[in-house]
Design a protein around this ligand. Sequence first.
Ligand code: GDP
Ligand code: MG
Length: 384
Amino acid sequence: MRTLNREWRGKDTVTDVLSFPIDGLDARAGEARELGDVIICPEHTGDLVEAVVHGVLHLCGYDHERDGGEMLELQQRIVAELRAVVEPTGSGSKSGFVALAGRPNVGKSTLVNQIVGEKVAIVSNRPQTTRRAIRGVASGDDWQLVLVDLPGVQRPRDALTARMQRRVERELEQSDVALLMLSGDQPVGPGDRFIAETIKHGRLPTVTAVNKLDVLDRARTLAALEAAAALDLPGEIYPISARTGAGVRELTEALTTLLPEAPFPYPAGQHTDLPERVRLAELIREQVLRRTRQELPHAVEVEIDEIAERNDGLVVIEANLWAETESQKGILIGGRGRMVREVGTAARAEIERLLGRDVHLDLSVKVRRRWRADDGLLDRLGLE
Ligand code: GDP
Ligand code: MG
């Protein structure tokens, strides 16, 4: 695979799949059309079904590096349909999508990671951290929950926020269960009511979770549960701590009973459907968010430029940090490059944990004015 990559793409790297389309063949009526060759590296591929579909979509002209998520979404749909045919689970298995809704900072990402048992969503105490609808997958013997961590629901302001709003509505439409999350350490406010109304419109089976039990005494817990009940949503209310895990098992069971009977959409060992590139970029962004204040975090986006595997096994990752202005760029670099160095060191440790490999991480800080209003760049970053 390395030799093929070197000879045909000029890249010294091992990839899961390579596709070689055949150009110039006519598709004549009634005649099978040869599209080209798909070459798969079995040692490098987690999932053969996915690799085959991925390769064939490339032959058909799709390109996930340019289409802003279209190919990967189509791939996911085809793979789920194929699996239902190829690997039907025994009757009685339940599975479905749970739309996780709630104000920024109530602990949605923390809950996804807690239920899944692995870090799939980044956690931050800054609002509006989650831009992509992240799917965490948790499985039991006869159930599978697919958690969609929705971006914060709010009034659209710029191109980015408008995209996030459309995404929320679409995710609710395509889900089987809604989970509203409130934070017990804050009063129920207009934001929570707005989200509760959005969920009521969706008419899905619903569960409400009141989070951050660990910082509440008994009286405040009861008050928070009452305030949650006053939202008048259908379904049960569960007090939990996403951080400590208290009450999370009961909540998971409640969600599971609401799932429709269906085969598993993902293999039981899989924890997320986020492409690796996006997961790596999110781990870097998380470290930027930890170290910057106010306006800056949301003005920064991370783009993975190149992932290559050296012969000695070291994984070399090149990433760009996009800022909107020169002064933001200065902050990101920091005095004598201290900020970008710290971000790089911390992100590298997280990435090494995720990949189980030694990593060299190369970060470049760049400026692109108004990237948040730039549809082309948003597409490339996968911010659909
Ligand atoms: P999201 O914006 O809803 O996805 O919220 P996050 O999961 O990113 O969490 C926001 C902040 O709340 C972070 O600082 C978390 O560490 C914190 N947090 C989340 N769950 C809990 C919890 O159960 N207890 C406490 N004390 N803090 C929590
Ligand atoms: Mg989040």
